[in-house]
Design a protein around this ligand. Structure first.
Ligand code: RIB
Length: 311
């Protein structure tokens, strides 16, 4: 169960990402695609699980064409969007600048996402969820209501991290990236894994913590104090937009099956690495079969396949 944002992404390829006061020209005409952290995470989970209706999304789109197209893409992937309401006015829009290395810079106009209410999320889908996956691109009142209303295990991707402090002690699994972790603890972004681990420990959350570290993989610090770095396979990224969302969608999917957090992180790292090989936030979301194939290739010398790979 995902509660979160749906956006239309307008992507402009640029020779370099702009800094303050900068103007940068695109190298080709902008393209439109599907995005929004909530919808991307639901799409990644639905693509991974391949079981119609196993994943549901609660959110808001506008009464425009973009809103209908976004819903249709999610339905096509097998996600249940009956909990997505339509508001008068425009859907959310994100402007994505994408550089030649696949790195991005994103500006979001929330549109209909800003209209998501506490009432919208107080629904049986949320109450009965096995795992509830949240981000912070929708109003905090809706996030708080979802958290209070569910009986499921709560996974929070604190993105953007501005309002995260209010939630980090109330969730079961926290999945920040390096920049979000730094913002939450009030420090400069960690420059290496040891520094990230130090910041993760300073957070003092009672949650399992999974810090996504881009090309380096992900750092797991469990609530019991076990720390492990899960390395990412080397890939030539085409577009990293939505890689964190793919990670969260796959991680949460495996948590619904009771998979151990480190094992689930191994799969999520591989899935996110595949996702950067296509353009757009959902251009290369992998199926479970694809992730399994990659994992088996990576570990064939050293380890047995994990339990979830056989399920
Ligand atoms: O995480 C990537 C997403 O952030 C993009 O799809 C964009 O819509 C913003 O929500």
């Amino acid at each position: 169960m995902v509660v979160g944002s749906l956006n239309q992404d307008i992507v402009l390829e640029v020779p370099r990402l702009p800094g303050p006061g900068d103007t940068v020209l695109g190298v080709r005409p902008a393209t439109a695609g599907f995005g929004g952290k909530g919808a991307n995470q639901a799409a990644a989970a639905a693509t991974f699980l391949e079981h119609p209706g196993a994943v549901a999304l609660v959110g808001r789109v506008g009464d425009d064409e973009a809103g209908e197209a976004m819903l249709e893409d999610l339905r096509r992937r097998g996600a249940d969007v009956t909990g997505v309401r339509r508001s008068a006015g425009p859907s959310g829009t994100a402007t994505v600048a994408l550089d030649p290395h696949g790195e991005n810079l994103i500006l979001v106009d929330p549109g209909a996402n800003a209209a998501l209410t506490a009432e919208d999320v107080r629904v049986p889908l949320v109450a009965d969820a096995t795992v509830l996956l949240l981000q912070l691109e929708v109003p905090v009142a809706a996030v708080r209501a979802a958290l209070d209303h569910t009986q499921g295990r709560v996974v929070l991707n604190p993105a953007p991290a501005g309002n995260a402090a209010a939630f980090v002690r109330d969730v079961d699994v926290l999945v920040p990236n390096r920049l979000e972790l730094a913002e939450i603890v009030g420090a400069a972004p960690a420059t290496d894994v040891d520094e990230a681990l130090d910041q993760a420990r300073r957070l003092g959350a009672r949650a399992d913590l999974v810090v996504t570290m881009g090309r380096e993989g992900a750092l797991v610090l469990t609530a019991a104090g076990r720390a492990e770095l899960v390395a990412a396979p080397p890939v030539e990224a085409v577009d990293s937009t939505g890689a964190g969302d793919c990670f969260c969608g796959v991680l949460a999917s495996l948590l619904t099956e009771g998979v151990d957090i480190v094992e689930a992180t191994r799969a999520a790292v591989v899935a996110a690495s595949s996702s950067v090989l296509g353009r757009g936030a959902r251009g290369a979301l992998p199926s479970r079969a694809e992730v399994t194939r990659q994992l088996t290739r990576l570990r064939h010398v050293t380890q047995e396949p994990s339990r979830w790979q056989q399920s």
